[in-house]
Design a protein around this ligand. Structure first.
Ligand SMILES: Nc1ncnc2c1ncn2[C@@H]1O[C@H](COP(=O)(O)OP(=O)(O)OP(=O)(O)O)[C@@H](O)[C@H]1O
Length: 325
């Protein structure tokens, strides 16, 4: 059975909204609202949703750079939302992050050698030669030439910088990498290259990824399990098969219908399906949101397939699914 590496339980990250003369808190942005996911060792877990749905905030909370309002993040049986626990467990070494915008996440004034060596220096005492060897080895792993160490981030293409970002994240031998839209700034052909070598590195070093994306198409061949996020909450959780073959929440269906189709023959069918999903979504919003406009709590469909619908809607959707098989 797959071994869990991290368990996120009922995570909430709320930001206060202040207004008026006294600058009082009048409401909260519920950026992350009761999110629970479990990531297994060595797997890719996809966290998918549109812009503003709360994916990055979830990722940053897991890495420990975003304070948590409530909930737990369990790593090696310990709740790491407390920073003292993160230090005790070497959590900051074991869990790393890769960002979407490699140009702003890599310090433009530092050479690649220092950028990659920085996380190593935080956790290990190496001589200059040992450190250089390690940086060279990491550059080799991500397929970058060894003279890259003398250069600066702006001297590379987006895809190359993303490789450098991966080398930096891998430098501490992490067990989990939170990859926040690592390919969305890249051309399609370069995206595929970066995804391939991320997969390769994962297999070689048994690293788990929390792969954050707005595009279900990007993670299709990467993720074993997925969680779909909308308005700070999860609307659907399931295996790749559950999500791509039997999506149940309208929001998941909309994300799927938005994946561009390469196959020309089925384009018309795809377009019609997209219109049908949109119509279904517009028809009765009370099916999808409660009276406050919030997503319903998750209900079990089968095994690990969960969907945020009222109980009678889950039943109806299941019957429809069976009927259309
Ligand atoms: N520091 C902050 N203070 C107030 N609100 C914030 C803060 N950070 C994020 N938010 C809000 O929380 C919500 C979720 O943001 P988040 O960046 O997690 O979404 P996202 O799904 O990752 O979107 P994107 O892909 O555009 O980054 C948004 O409404 C955002 O405006």
């Amino acid at each position: 059975m797959a071994k869990e590496i991290i368990q996120v339980k009922n995570l909430k990250v709320h930001y206060p909204i202040r207004s008026g003369f006294w600058n009082r808190i009048t409401d909260y942005v519920r950026a992350v609202d009761d999110v629970s996911i479990t990531i297994n060792e060595g797997e890719t877990y996809g966290l998918i949703g549109e812009s503003g749905s709360g994916k990055s905030t979830t990722g940053k909370a897991i890495v420990g750079v975003e304070p948590v309002t409530s909930g737990q993040i369990i790593y090696q049986d310990v709740d790491i939302t407390k920073s003292s626990n993160r230090r005790k467990l070497d959590y900051n070494k074991d869990v790393q992050m890769i960002f979407q915008d490699s140009l702003s996440s890599l310090n433009p004034r530092k050479r690649i050698e220092d950028i990659i060596a920085e996380p190593i220096r935080n956790f290990e005492k190496l001589t200059t030669d040992q450190e250089r060897d390690r940086v060279q080895e990491l550059l080799d792993i991500v397929g970058m030439p060894s003279d890259s160490i003398y250069k600066y981030p702006h001297e590379f293409s987006g895809g190359q910088r993303q490789r450098i970002g991966v080398a930096r994240a891998v430098a501490t031998n992490p067990r989990l990498i939170v990859a926040d839209e690592p390919t969305s700034a890249l051309d399609l052909s370069v995206q595929a290259q970066v995804l391939n070598f991320m997969k390769h590195i994962q297999q070689q070093y048994n690293i788990a990824y929390l792969f954050i994306s707005h595009d279900l198409g990007v993670v299709k061949h990467m993720s074993e399990n997925l969680a779909i996020m909308h308005r700070g909450r999860l609307v659907e959780i399931g295996s790749r098969e559950d999500i791509y073959k039997h999506p149940m929440h309208i929001y998941t269906k909309r994300l799927l219908s938005a994946i561009p189709l390469v196959d020309v023959e089925h384009r018309e069918e795809h377009k019609q399906n997209r219109e049908k999903v949109e119509q279904e979504f517009q028809n009765d919003q009370s099916k999808w949101y409660d009276k406050d406009g919030r997503v319903f709590p998750l209900q079990e469909v089968s095994g690990k397939h969960l969907v945020a619908l009222p109980e009678d809607e889950v039943k109806r959707a299941e019957l429809n699914e069976k009927g259309s098989d």
